[in-house]
Design a protein around this ligand. Structure first.
Ligand code: HEC
Ligand code: HEC
Length: 341
């Protein structure tokens, strides 16, 4: 082959990889559903509920215990720890940018943030309340909440589980981290990413990571990827399966009972992924560069050299965005008697 033709082909491959990636920046606002418009008062109430440990059976665990919004929006534990130190089988994903997920949970069993928010309070290994009615009853005993729910939702009895979930979801829609070095780079600031990060970006596309991690959040939502859920491992047979116990959790299968969904998981966002170790649904991998090597092997069937893994990891570090400041609110007072903790 003539060198000029080889050059043309290389160029074509280069531009195709870049094109296929369709690099998108993170929107600064998340769309809200029609029946739950985002308002400042609702967001403020939602933040209080998110931070309030009195929504748990023991009065010790809040959403923030496992999704620390003063940090990366998770707990940096392999699997989450709820009331009485109880542990489930899955790692807490970040709540930052969860507004850009098409579904919630590793297996997508909640369709919306509103649906999702009613789960943890009554999950035995999380906040452990016996029922949503109990949560509502407790909230109704705090006059401060009665006033705020009334202001936000109006109506005769504004404190309901649905309204609690709506307020929390509205708050979560404000947890967006734009302006990462990657976003600034894509918008034209060629100095926003280091040379290594730029190499990593190219390798991320060339290796095929973008087949699943596409779109503004790198979770395949608005990119060309065929589906939201992907087998993990997609290419079976690697040593990593036993090492990191990748075949234990059946993932999406637990929701659909379809054989095709065995070991399928939601493609997670890679935004701020450098802050949310350990990795994967079972938190089995401690380091980001190891997670990158595992992905290349289990999802693409290719081994990555050390230099490639490091470059891609450096690129993923460029996905750490700007975090809107979180101000600790005062929570409504508990009435002059204790709850039955
Ligand atoms: C004990 C720790 C714990 C507490 C408390 C907790 N969560 Fe979670 N959260 C998790 C874990 C673990 C998952 C993943 C579970 C799964 O996929 O099966 C999760 C998943 C989520 C997700 C889905 C994110 C995604 O990318 O799919 C959101 C949103 C979320 N939690 C918000 C909340 C809110 C709101 C509260 C409080 C009402 C809360 N969490 C309380 C541990 C916790
Ligand atoms: C075939 C689809 C697919 C491809 C290709 C793919 N991934 Fe993934 N990725 C996933 C899925 C699904 C998960 C969630 C796995 C789980 O259940 O923990 C994931 C998880 C991850 C995680 C861990 C995120 C977290 O919060 O724990 C990282 C990091 C990651 N991928 C990076 C990459 C890189 C880098 C590449 C290219 C070398 C790549 N992925 C290729 C589907 C894919």
């Amino acid at each position: 082959m003539k060198p000029s033709r080889l050059f043309a082909l290389t160029l074509l491959a280069f531009s195709q990889a870049t094109l296929a990636a369709d690099w998108q920046t993170l929107p600064s606002q998340a769309p809200a559903p029609k029946d739950n418009p985002t308002t400042a008062a609702k967001v403020a109430l939602g933040q209080k509920l998110f931070l309030d440990p009195r929504l748990s059976a023991t009065g010790t665990v809040s959403c923030n215990s496992c999704h620390n919004v003063m940090a990366g929006g998770d707990d940096n534990r392999p699997v989450a720890m709820g009331i009485h130190g109880k542990m489930g089988g899955r790692s807490a994903p970040t709540v930052w940018n969860s507004a850009f997920n098409a579904t919630q949970f590793w297996d997508g069993r909640a369709a919306t943030l509103e649906d999702q928010a009613k789960g943890p309070v009554v999950a035995d290994v999380e906040m452990g309340m016996t029922s949503l009615d109990d949560v509502v009853a407790r909230l109704r005993q705090m006059p401060g909440y009665a006033t705020e729910f009334k202001q936000v939702f109006g109506g005769k009895e504004p404190i309901t589980a649905d309204n609690m979930a709506k307020a929390i979801a509205a708050y979560e829609r404000t947890l967006i981290t734009p302006n990462s070095p990657y976003d600034r780079f894509v918008k034209g600031d060629r100095k926003a990413m280091t040379a290594q990060q730029q190499r990593g970006m190219q390798k991320f596309a060339e290796a095929g990571c973008v087949a699943c991690h596409s779109g503004a959040s790198f979770n395949g939502q608005n990119g060309a990827s065929a589906g939201t859920f992907m087998k993990f491992p997609a290419v079976p047979g690697s040593d990593y399966e036993a090492k990191y116990k990748l075949n234990v959790d059946l993932g999406r299968y637990n929701v659909t009972k379809q054989d095709a969904d065995r070991n399928a998981f939601k493609v997670p966002t890679l935004r701020n992924v450098a802050l949310t170790a350990p990795y994967f649904h079972n938190g089995s991998v401690a380091n980001l560069d190891e997670a990158v090597r595992v992905m290349a092997k289990t999802q693409l069937g290719t081994g990555l050299g050390d230099a490639d893994a490091k470059d891609i990891t450096a690129f993923l570090e460029a996905l750490t965005g700007e975090f809107p400041a979180q101000k600790m609110p005062r929570l409504p007072a508990t009435p002059g008697k204790s709850f039955a903790y």
